[in-house]
Ligand binder design. Structure first.
Ligand code: NAP
Length: 222
């Protein structure tokens, strides 16, 4: 998709962190947004800011790990905005500790939110996108999905899965006008999950090219 002013997007993880920057970058391009995450109040604040960019913005609060009603969620989004052209799978969670200390619930929750939810949301939206021959899926993976990261084993595995899901989908969609992209940020300073622990964890190694939320958001638009 080249010109997406007036398009409709679902953005997950829109209540805080990188999601807010992605929402802003899309709204500045004229993209109407359905914003989802668990925190209704935070989503409403983001929505109010997005309305100032002269786009439509709606909120659907949901715990994406607790639902299997993805078709209802996407139907509600389409009812609010019209056909969805763009899905940004940004919601994610990262827990760091030695692998043997992870509970089965921790592992399942991380794989569900980081990998299964993006696959199920995509599955729900794809038939309509194919029918209109228009649409793009953007998945937010991580540098951790490309190389081994100690204490982030389930996170890294889920993010590696998301990269290959995107690559496979991209090949599958090659003969259509639809696309799939994956963005793999390294350490992001200023906002988001790493910025919140940066002081405790120490600065990111320069060789891993720390980046900013604005650059990640620009990558999503690109
Ligand atoms: N920040 C980094 O350094 C970095 C680096 C590489 C990749 N990433 C990836 O970038 C994405 C965004 O990360 P971030 O740094 O912005 O993280 P963040 O600040 O922790 O934000 C995560 C977002 O996901 C939502 N979320 C969490 N659990 C959810 C659930 N069960 N159901 C629905 N929504 C849920 C959160 O909203 P609620 O709490 O309101 O539900 C929030 O909006 C993630 O996929 C992450 O893996 C981040």
């Amino acid at each position: 998709m080249k010109n997406f002013s007036g398009s409709n997007a679902i953005l997950t993880g829109a209540s805080k962190g990188l999601g807010v920057h992605i929402a802003r970058a899309l709204a500045k391009e004229g993209v109407n947004l359905v914003l989802t995450a668990r925190s209704a109040e935070a989503l409403e604040q983001v929505r109010d800011e997005m309305l100032s960019y002269d786009v439509k913005a709606e909120v659907i609060p949901a715990d994406l790990t607790e639902t299997d009603q993805f078709d209802s969620l996407t139907a509600e989004a389409e009812q609010k905005l019209g056909p969805i052209d763009i899905l940004v799978n940004n919601a994610g969670i990262e827990i760091s500790k030695p692998y043997e200390e992870f509970s089965p619930d921790d592992i399942q929750m991380m794989v569900t939110l980081n990998l299964t939810v993006p696959m199920l949301l995509t599955r729900s939206l794809l038939p309509g996108m194919l029918e209109r021959n228009r649409g793009h899926i953007v998945n937010i993976s991580s540098l951790a999905g490309k190389t081994g990261f100690p204490t982030q084993t389930p996170y890294a595995a889920s993010k590696a899965g998301l990269i290959m899901f995107t690559h496979s989908l991209r090949v599958e969609l090659a003969d259509t006008q639809l696309g799939a992209s994956v963005v793999c940020p390294g350490f992001v300073s200023d906002d988001g999950m790493y910025a919140r622990v940066e002081e405790r964890a120490g600065p990111a190694p320069k060789i891993l090219k720390p980046t900013t939320p604005e650059k990640v958001a620009a990558g999503v638009v690109h």
